[in-house]
Design a protein around this ligand. Structure first.
Ligand code: ISL
Length: 565
């Protein structure tokens, strides 16, 4: 596998609205990020992915862009952005932008023109269709509830919006749209940004003919199933690569729901003709239920381990993985795979981030920030959670208590509460009323106290990041092969990484009980008596004994025996 910097980097996602408010309006901003660069440098991450910072009416917190070349007013100015970029670069931190190009805001000038008349030159920038039998052209549902088609009275047609009605889908089949997007990308790259995370990029090529989508327990058809991985998606990404990406030394990651390893091998192939890597969703969808993602059942660990292992082995030598459990769309991992304790946060981190692929951390994960204690539907701000509640309760078939419990467990708002900087009022996030409430546990869980405590989750993440980016084991952990051990063990995630003549045993007890994993004899023989290079707790000497609750460690064997491969 080719060695490149983006395979060796650790990415840290910032949700600017909730990161740090420097000007006292209750909303995080760009200067707030600049103020915290020392913190990020101390943590040791290499790339900052900024969730959208462009001008937006904020129907979906910036994922509805009305001007791709300007900064959202609440976040600051272009001068603030330029300063952030140069301050980050001074510290060796790269900046990756969020490119939201499957759709724009309905307040974008292109859409204003497009909807102005059927004859307008930009009509085809979006996807307009006549009614069929006096109603929506297909049964497609929007991700945030309701139909994916919005009626436009003035011009007598529907427009498509896979997300909210304020996020009309752009028509990538019109070459002018593609050229507009490439121009926007050049604008940011010429400023010096270091890459793009591409929002729902595998939805840009819509099917040639529109037919109804399969139902998946909802009132509307499942749009993702018919628009993901469309007929021209690879052609468009290859064009984007030729026109733009290949001309810069940057990193790219495409958000690609509904993909299997075979798809990833095309989107993120080693030959570099499309993207560097993708975010796939299989592992974060394993704990769904009858209301799709809205369930609160615990993750089945053997199922999860086998799924992670499938991606690790099937992409080997073909494409590069991204590793994540947290982002601005996911509930907090410590509340999902752990029990909210710092011990569980450490064990999960070690189990996840010693796999092959580029790790993506999300703000607050390095502190073990937890889900929020929601009391009722009035506590939510996220358009997806509110839409889901409306739709699931309107169906009249579900138990409202059950639905609320599932929304509390899975809501994207869990990730969006303000960053917990200190035990000062509002967790030190703002001096004003925060735009969204702070998790009350900030008194206990906050950056300032953890930076002072060498045993904290923060310092554990710092050491783990150091192991992957700076230590003599870097090549082993970044480029080494992967082998899953004890797949059926219900509590312990254990695997090997092997590179040249070194091997690592990564073992994490992901349970609050003591555990006695039955590792293969050859593995025990190879690692017996070895001292851990990183451990969350326990003695740190490998023996064939019990693991303490949430005990996790990495052991290295310098002369690996062939049988480990
Ligand atoms: O959040 C989700 C998990 O259930 C998805 O439905 C999510 O909407 C999907 O993963 C696409 O996400 C991206 O595009 C959306 C935006 O709301 C998300 O924040 C973004 O990450 C529309 O732009």
């Amino acid at each position: 596998m080719k060695k490149v910097w983006w395979k060796e980097s650790i990415v840290y996602e910032i949700y600017p609205r909730s990161f740090y408010d420097s000007d006292g309006d209750g909303i995080g901003d760009l200067n707030g990020i600049t103020d915290k660069l020392d913190y990020l440098e101390e943590l040791g991450v290499n790339v900052l992915w900024l969730a959208p910072v462009y001008q937006s009416p904020n129907d979906d917190n910036g994922y509805d862009i009305s001007d791709y070349r300007n900064i959202m007013k609440e976040f600051g100015t272009m001068e603030d952005f330029d300063r952030l970029l140069s301050e980050a670069h001074k510290r060796g931190l790269k900046i990756m932008m969020d490119l939201v190009a499957n759709h724009s805001s309905d307040e974008h000038a292109w859409f204003a023109e497009s909807r102005s008349s059927r004859e307008n030159d930009k009509r085809d920038y979006y996807i307009w269709r006549d009614p069929v039998d006096g109603r929506e052209p297909t049964n497609w549902g929007s991700s945030f509830g309701g139909s994916a088609w919005e009626w436009d009275e003035a011009t007598g047609q529907y427009y498509l919006h896979c997300f909210s009605r304020k996020q009309p889908d752009l028509n990538w089949d019109d070459p002018r749209v593609r050229m507009e997007i490439y121009d926007i990308m050049r604008f940011w790259l010429d400023k010096g940004v270091d890459g793009f995370r591409m929002d729902v990029i595998n939805m840009i090529s819509k099917p040639e003919t529109f037919t109804d989508a399969p139902y998946n327990g909802g009132r509307y058809g499942s749009t993702g199933a018919v628009v993901a991985n469309g007929p021209h998606v690879h052609e468009y990404l290859q064009e984007m690569n030729r026109e733009v990406l290949s001309k810069y030394d940057i990193m790219t990651v495409g958000e690609c729901g509904g993909t299997v390893p075979g798809d990833a091998a095309r989107y993120a192939n080693e030959d570099g003709s499309e993207l560097n890597m993708i975010f796939q969703f299989e592992h974060v969808n394993l704990d769904g239920g009858k209301y799709r993602k809205w369930a609160h059942d615990p993750m089945d660990l053997p199922k999860l381990k086998k799924n992670l292992a499938k991606w690790q082995t099937e992409l080997r030598d073909k494409a590069w993985n991204s590793i994540y459990f947290n982002n601005h769309d996911q509930p907090r991992v410590v509340s999902r795979l752990g029990d909210d304790s710092p011990e569980s946060a450490k064990a999960i981190a070690l189990g996840l981030y010693c796999m092959q692929g580029t790790p993506y951390l999300y703000q607050g994960e390095e502190l073990g920030m937890t889900n929020y204690p929601f009391r009722g539907i009035g506590d939510y701000e996220d358009i997806e959670s509110i839409g889901a509640y409306r739709e699931l309760t309107a169906a009249g078939t579900g138990d409202p208590e059950e639905i609320l419990k599932s929304i509390a467990y899975k809501s994207r708002d869990n990730a969006r509460t303000p960053m917990q900087w200190s035990n000062a009022p509002n967790a030190g996030f703002t001096k004003a009323e925060p735009w969204y409430p702070v998790n009350p546990n900030y008194i206990r869980i906050n950056a300032e106290s953890q930076q002072k405590d060498p045993e904290s989750v923060f310092h554990f993440y710092r050491k783990l990041i150091g192991l992957r980016t700076k230590s003599e084991y870097k090549d082993l952990l970044v480029y080494g092969g992967y082998r899953l051990l004890i797949p059926e063990d219900p509590a312990v995630y254990a695997y090997l990484r092997v590179y040249e003549n070194r091997a690592a045993l990564v073992i994490a007890n992901l349970s609050a009980e003591r555990s006695h994993p039955e590792l293969p004899e050859e593995v025990k023989a190879c690692f017996r008596g070895k001292t851990a290079v990183l451990r969350s707790r326990g003695t740190g000497v490998f023996q064939d004994a019990e693991l303490e609750p949430w005990e996790a460690a990495v052991y290295i064997a310098e002369e690996k025996t062939e049988c480990l491969c």
